[in-house]
Design a protein around this ligand. Structure first.
Ligand SMILES: NC(=O)c1ccc[n+]([C@@H]2O[C@H](COP(=O)([O-])OP(=O)(O)OC[C@H]3O[C@@H](n4cnc5c(N)ncnc54)[C@H](OP(=O)(O)O)[C@@H]3O)[C@@H](O)[C@H]2O)c1
Length: 333
């Protein structure tokens, strides 16, 4: 396949580009910084297109001759410093995403594989794992990023009704893996663990997945005859306590043994956030992240396992490779 990947310098995008190249596909990838792309993808046979999602027109013509567009770029963090983030969230994750899809169709791209998130999936009241049909309304999202992705999904539905180019939407759980250079929230958790900054665990429920397994699912979706469909990619329903045990095993670093009750964690996080706001600093854990971790929502990746025929690697392998990548790249927390 000849493919165009946005977000090639990101956790997901860098693993996707690597896997595409390994499988003999011809790759163009969008990067805001040629230097960053050179650092992260320099050894790979890919064409780097320098450009920004904020202004698509200057580089959209590079979509010509591509069979598939993989869209992973996003204005993405679970939590943000103070300031207006809604304007760029809506612009990049909704308006410009749809605009990019319109250009893809104009330039003859045959399929779009888009990245949303399982944060757009509602927790079920019957206690069963949520699936692709449990779609949130924007006002149910736990944070502004989630809200932008819910609205993005709705706009993509409209795009699909009005256009002929099929869009497969991938909804990853919380991704870990090598290549998390920014780092994302999951990478920062691992770095904080390595730096022994984490005071302890608290009751939590988190769906996690390896970014490389998500990348494989995206390629399988592109190669299949599947049309407008949505797939949750979720590997393991776990919690902080288990994550720390696995991290301790793969890193050799003693994890925190203290366990705090949820109300105490909310109170101390609230206080820390107030103090950090006064100092214009960030906390290691925000109230928004805490809300996500303690919602105890489980999402099912069964449809993707069945239709895309993917297997998900063991959590221990993901954590070992994540830690090894950080250490190999001088990121020790
Ligand atoms: N990580 C997770 O746990 C998770 C879970 C579910 C869904 N997702 C979704 O998965 C996708 C990939 O996320 P990720 O984890 O790989 O995040 P990431 O490591 O932060 O990567 C984001 C990528 O998007 C690019 N980007 C951001 N703003 C851009 C802009 N204005 N123009 C062009 N490129 C831009 C970044 O480029 P720079 O390198 O220049 O910053 C980077 O390559 C996103 O759509 C995210 O919403 C992530």
């Amino acid at each position: 396949m000849r493919v165009f990947v946005t977000g090639g310098t990101g956790l997901l995008g860098s693993n996707l580009v690597q896997l595409l190249v390994d499988n003999g596909h011809q790759v163009k990838t969008l990067s805001r910084s040629a230097k960053k792309a050179e650092t992260l993808l320099g050894g790979l046979n890919v064409e780097v297109i320098t450009g920004d999602m904020i202004d698509i027109e200057p580089w959209a013509h590079y979509l010509k001759d591509c069979d598939v567009l993989f869209h992973t770029a996003a204005y993405f963090r679970e939590t943000f410093r103070r300031g207006d983030h809604w304007t760029p969230l809506k612009k990049i994750n909704v308006t410009q995403t749809v605009r990019l899809f319109e250009y893809a169709e104009k330039y003859g791209v045959e399929k779009i594989v888009h990245t949303s998130t399982n944060a757009t999936v509602r927790k079920r009241e019957d206690g069963m794992p949520s699936d692709e049909s449990d779609r949130m309304n924007p006002d149910e999202a736990l944070n502004l990023y989630g809200k932008s992705k819910v609205i993005g999904d709705q706009e993509i539905d409209k795009f699909s009704q009005e256009h002929r180019t099929p869009v497969v939407t991938i909804l990853p759980a919380w991704m870990f893996g090598p290549g998390d250079s920014a780092p994302t929230g999951s990478g920062q958790l691992v770095l904080n663990f390595l730096a022994r900054k984490l005071p302890g665990s608290f009751p939590s429920g988190i769906d996690v997945v390896d970014a490389r397994d998500v990348a494989l699912a995206m390629i399988k979706a592109a190669e299949s005859s599947i049309g407008n469909e949505r797939y949750i990619i979720s590997g393991h329903y776990t919690n902080l306590e288990e994550l720390f045990i696995v991290l301790q095993k793969v890193s050799g670093i003693q994890g925190p043994s203290k366990k705090f009750p949820i109300p105490m964690v909310y109170l101390s996080t609230w206080i820390k956030e107030r103090i950090a706001a006064l100092q214009n600093k960030e906390t290691d854990l925000s109230l928004e992240e805490l809300r996500v971790m303690t919602e105890m929502k489980q999402t099912s990746g069964a449809k993707a396992i069945r239709d895309l025929q993917i297997t998900l690697r063991p959590l221990e392998d993901t954590m070992r490779d994540t830690v090894d990548w950080f250490r190999a790249n001088g990121m020790n927390g």
